[in-house]
Write a protein that binds this ligand. Sequence first.
Ligand SMILES: Cc1ncc(COP(=O)(O)O)c(C=O)c1O
Length: 454
Amino acid sequence: MNQFEKKILISGATKALDYIQSIEMRDVAPSSQALANLQAFDEDLPKRGIDALDTIDFLNEYGSPGTVASNGSRYYGFVIGSSHPAALAANWLASAWDQNAGLGATSPVNAKIETIVEKWIAEILPVANGSSVGFVTGVTMANFCALAAARTAILSNSNWNVEAQGMFGAPPITVVVGEEAHGSLLKALSMLGFGRERVVTIPSDHNGRMRTDLIPALDGQTILCMQAGNVNTGGVDNGSIISHAKSQGAWVHIDGAFGLWAGASTLKKHLTAGYELADSWATDGHKWLNVPYDSGLVICKNGEYLRRAMSMHGDYLDQSGDRIPYHYTPELSRRARAIDMWAVLRTLGAEGIDELITRTCAYAEYLALELQKAGYKVLNEVETNQVLVSFGEETHRVIKEIQSDGTCWCGGTIWKGQPAMRISISSVKTSQHDIKKSLEAMLKVAKGKAVIAE
Ligand SMILES: Cc1ncc(COP(=O)(O)O)c(C=O)c1O
């Protein structure tokens, strides 16, 4: 590497470090000036290249202020974790390696680390021992892969090879979903040819959990899709139905984008009791585990079905080594995303992850209690890390003003017909101090109008 190339890398690394170091000092949302300055990117494609140092300076000058500080400690929007420093550092090193993770031959280290994470995941999450894991972009893809594996399994029992013959004329499959299934699960169903609307929908209870008592008789031609962690309430479907569904021959899939991690917490694992009996699970690294984007896992009890659904052939594709990562994912070439996850799992260990999940759930309970004490209505039963609060007719104003206040960031939703502010505590960086500071800001903003009106 020549001196100039080295300077470019140092410039990027230094700026990245400065960004991380200063993130707590800045407002969570970008300022209106920073947003206006994004116009700087409206350049014509340069005819001749521009100096790389200038490019990195430019990106930092106009790009960094235009970010949302979701990698800080007071971002409670959507379900967004930060990046644990160990994961970020591992990610940087892995980016320097620039490994193509598709084959063992193109990255022996990635293939090795995938097998380790696969083993650790089955130890820490409520999934079947010996499950196979695919490293995908997020739960949208994890749901897709798991449902593809389910389709392969069910149709092969009817001697139908869906990979070869497709869906036209295939024996019908019934898909059962909860009323509160996440949109990404429905999208996965549509991408697989099942249709978003060709499903049996089971009503949910007051906290968005599937009413498992209303599930009809199932059979071997059925996929039952359950959910651990309703995106609004954090509600976790009751897993006690799973053994019954299995005895009827159904394939049970669990979308556990964040809620599956409740199973890693000593205090919360009762919520996911029975989950290990399911057939497939989808979860994210980039939410509660605080792995950088993008990072999701498809987990399948019988890896053979996942491999059949995801695999492909190419005479040039070297099949050497103990693990061929592309057999478990839709992509052939991709980044070595297991490495970031391995770094967090190794750094925190089972106890550290237990602590992270337990602590963030406790913050959610604390916030819910304090908001209630202050006279505001909490709309959900706080089971995990999500709080839904209503400020009555002021809800939209409060959300808008919280976002522009900059102390913290919360988004909005509609829950059972009522507008609500969502508070999702997913960051490993969030401390008690952050929670108190954020609560103060929420109460100040919420009371603002009343004070002015008096
Ligand atoms: C329950 C559930 N499923 C699926 C998803 C989609 O996950 P991703 O954005 O990683 O694709 C989410 C996102 O919040 C979720 O909460």
